[in-house]
Ligand binder design. Structure first.
Ligand SMILES: [Ca+2]
Ligand SMILES: [Ca+2]
Ligand SMILES: [Ca+2]
Length: 533
């Protein structure tokens, strides 16, 4: 199997704290390969013996899994049942034991060609909270026979955790409901949903979703003086979530003026029931939630993330059911990423036929036969179709941008309030400007791993009448050996229009260097890359 996956491991961290987690170098892994060593993540933060909570998860999973052959001294969080072949896991232990586990971590690939990303997140461990890696929230169960009003007050009165104020938990998605069912062992737990304000109109009653309406009764004639049971029929508000048990909500507690509050895990099931505020005898306690908003914008220390990213080697696969003998494949044009000839198959390129692709992958004994001199393999032609535009507004871990020079020596993204001459991303507040209006100044945009690049997007300077009218463009895999793509290619004619300039053929590269040769006003531009998905 020669279906390659390309990964790059990037570090996303809070720069002021340095590299809290080191991430490994890029990896290439073949499809369906099991247990490739994914070592290289190292937690540098905290003391050797500190207890830390680690959350590891995969994005764009498509059959990929992680396994942890070394787990000495580590404990999986409740609800995480295995150390092997998992798409996410949360565990805790000392920093040294965690690093031993990370060093032995392996990844197994699925059959699907896709991007795969490993997220590694670390926090101080607090035994009273469980962590949900899906929504990045923490939860704590507090036991006791308690009224809803006192549970809500009790949640808000919890000590702040990781800089956040706790609140009585809200269940706003199937995923969150699943997490609570899988990670909290107690049943009949108060959560923050209420129809006390308007009978039959249920709203979230705490947290960031407070007062959001998620479910309404469809029974007519309901008022706040309705203290008797009524039918449970109703409608979940569009875009919201509800998970009532069969026959609920029914407002059935006549002796307590109906039921206006909610317990999750009703009777040990995974669904909800409405209960009366004062029905403390029917509950085992309440659930506290923290929405931690991390890692971006975090206002506490201790949680960081590393990412492993993606494969852009999206080969076109011929169906294994095709009979490939003497097949004419000129109708498969522009298979940018590559064309796979399956194991045991032969593709024949007939007379006067071209195959347009940037890469041929012979799987197993798959082969290609060119009939005569008029049978050709040509590079795929460029197109903006199915591309993503790469034009990041950051330039720190990984490095995306470099410039030969910058007007006024401005630092990247620096903005004085009036000017910032190294703001080179598309639609930025200004642009990159060369240090002088002369030949030989260049701007380089980097993708973290080699990818198929179909062209560039350029724009003039946002806040002044300056743009680049002609450029030389070169590409490189190593930032050392350069291939010229354009000499004096025409670019922009105004400040604002995004101009796509497609390469004549798709380029497998990592670096794109753009050197203005003619300009209006001054060599100033904003730049992006068109990258084949
Ligand atoms: Ca919630
Ligand atoms: Ca009610
Ligand atoms: Ca009920």
């Amino acid at each position: 199997m020669k279906c390659l996956f390309i990964f790059s491991f990037f570090l996303m961290t809070v720069t002021s704290f340095g590299q809290m987690i080191t991430a490994p170098a890029p990896l290439t892994i073949e499809a369906n390969v099991s247990n490739t060593n994914a070592a290289g993540f190292v937690v540098n933060w905290a003391n050797n013996s500190d207890n830390l909570l680690v959350s590891i998860s995969l994005d764009y999973v498509n059959g990929a899994t992680l396994s942890f052959p070394t787990t000495t001294g580590l404990t999986r969080n409740y609800g995480y049942l295995s150390w092997t072949n998992v798409s996410s896991i949360v565990f805790y232990g000392t920093r040294d034991n965690i690093n031993n586990a990370l060093a032995a971590m392996t990844i197994s690939m699925g059959a699907t060609k896709t991007a795969v990303r490993i997220n590694v997140e670390v926090s101080q461990y607090d035994a009273s909270y469980v962590y949900n890696p899906t929504n990045k929230h923490f939860y704590k169960f507090i036991s006791g026979s308690i009224t809803y009003t006192n549970a809500k007050a009790g949640a808000s009165a919890q000590a702040s955790f990781k800089g956040k104020t706790p609140y009585l938990a809200t269940i706003t998605s199937q995923s969150e409901n699943d997490f609570i069912n899988n990670n909290i062992s107690n049943n009949n737990i108060w959560v923050a949903m209420s129809d006390a304000a308007n009978e039959g109109r249920w709203v979230y009653d705490a947290g960031p979703e407070a007062n959001t309406n998620f479910w309404n009764t469809s029974v007519s004639g309901i008022t706040n003086s309705t203290y008797t049971a009524y039918a449970s029929t109703g409608i979940t508000v569009s875009g919201q979530y509800a998970n009532w048990c069969s026959g609920e909500p029914n407002n059935s507690d006549g002796s307590r003026n109906g039921e206006d509050c909610v317990v999750a895990k009703s009777g040990g099931a995974t669904c909800w029931n409405d209960l009366a505020d004062g029905n403390s005898g029917s509950v085992s306690g309440y659930l506290v939630e923290i929405s931690a908003d991390y890692p971006s914008g975090s206002d506490y220390t201790g949680v960081y993330a590393s990412y492993v990213v993606h494969n852009n080697d999206m080969a076109f696969s011929l169906s294994s059911t095709n009979s490939l003998n003497s097949t004419t494949i000129s109708n498969i044009g522009n298979a940018f990423g590559g064309l796979q000839i399956n194991d045991g198959h032969t593709v024949t390129i007939n007379t006067a036929t071209s195959i347009n692709t940037n890469k041929l992958i012979m799987s197993g004994t798959g082969k290609i036969v060119f009939s005569d001199a008029t049978s050709k393999w040509k590079p795929g032609t460029s197109s903006a179709t199915n591309t993503i535009t790469h034009s990041p507004s950051t330039n720190d871990t990984p490095l995306y941008w470099s410039a030969s020079d910058v007007w006024n020596n401005d630092a990247f993204a620096y903005w004085s309030g009036t000017y910032g001459h190294y703001t080179p991303w598309l639609n930025s507040i200004q642009s990159w400007s060369a240090a002088a209006a002369s030949q030989g100044h260049s701007l380089t945009l980097i993708y973290p791993v080699p990818v198929y690049i179909t062209g560039i997007v350029t724009q003039g300077r946002q806040n002044m009448a300056q743009w680049v009218t002609q450029v030389n463009v070169e590409v490189s895999l190593d930032n050392n050996n350069w291939t010229t793509i354009f000499t004096n290619a025409n670019l922009n004619t105004d400040q604002t229009t995004l101009v796509n300039t497609l390469f004549p053929t798709v380029q497998y590269a990592k670096y794109v260097r753009v050197t203005p040769t003619n300009w209006y006003g001054h060599p100033s531009m904003r730049l992006g890359l068109l990258i084949k998905q």
